[in-house]
Design a protein around this ligand. Sequence first.
Ligand code: CAA
Length: 277
Amino acid sequence: MAHEHDHSHEEVPAFALEVPEFEFLRYEVAEGIAWVTFTRPKALNALAADVLREIAEVTEVIAEDPEVKVAVFTGEGKAFVAGADISEINALKDVFIGREFALAGQEVMNHIAALPVPTIAAINGYALGGGLELALACDLRVAAKKAKLGLPEVGLGLIPGFGGTQRLPRLVGVGRAFDLILTGRHVPAEEALALGLVNRVADDAAAAARELAQQIMKNSPVALALAKEAVARGADVPLPEALEIEADLFGMTVTTHDMREGTAAFLEKRAPEFKGE
Ligand code: CAA
């Protein structure tokens, strides 16, 4: 089943996607998992504008690829992503352009957060600044033991601008977020686990992400998408409204083939076969 999207095949199935050529990342789909690997290790995979553009493009590809059940983001070399590109930031002078810079990066992170499939950041090394912000836009984070995570922006005279001041406190609480944002320190993987900043720590982040993805993929794809939607939409509204969102989406599950199959399989003491319908 493993395959790479490849334009060289003559016989392209009707549903085949046009996958753009990427310069700063690699896109592969294998056994239901989309792997997005950042491939600019010499610059520690820093998020230059061109890289951000490619990430926005790859999220569109993922969203439209029916073969993708889970997406994993990871980096080549010793970094996951070492942040936004500091040389590009250094050239910024105008308050409006600075604001646009942050908004453009936030939009890319929002594209990741809005993906319909579960997403995992496989943090293989440094996840700093914009790199941690990208990981925070994913649903789950697994870190290699040697990984270091942080928001060091204040040491550059900046603040986090790709969502870090907002997604980090929502994930770990305001007090813990202040620790990271005000010190700018690099947090080792084990501490990140204790803080609730990552979900798993392992020798090999990609292997751990694959394992997690395989566990997730045993479940109903429709239920996964609705569960993700419930958590995401509920996070930003008052509880009574959030509970209504949950009830609406729960209501939708009972009309699905997957729910018929999942509950019947339980009652018949057999494994379910989900169709994602
Ligand atoms: N932007 C641009 N280039 C970067 C970069 C970044 N964020 N991070 C690393 N690089 C470049 C380095 O300049 C260096 O380039 P050269 O080989 O041309 O000199 C190369 O990547 C390798 O990096 P180092 O030599 O620094 O590697 P190291 O092992 O000594 O240190 C590190 C690793 C501790 C991660 C260090 O590179 C570092 O501190 N990087 C910057 C981390 C950072 O501050 N990130 C926040 C950026 S601002 C931001 O992200 C704002 C926002 O919220 C949107």
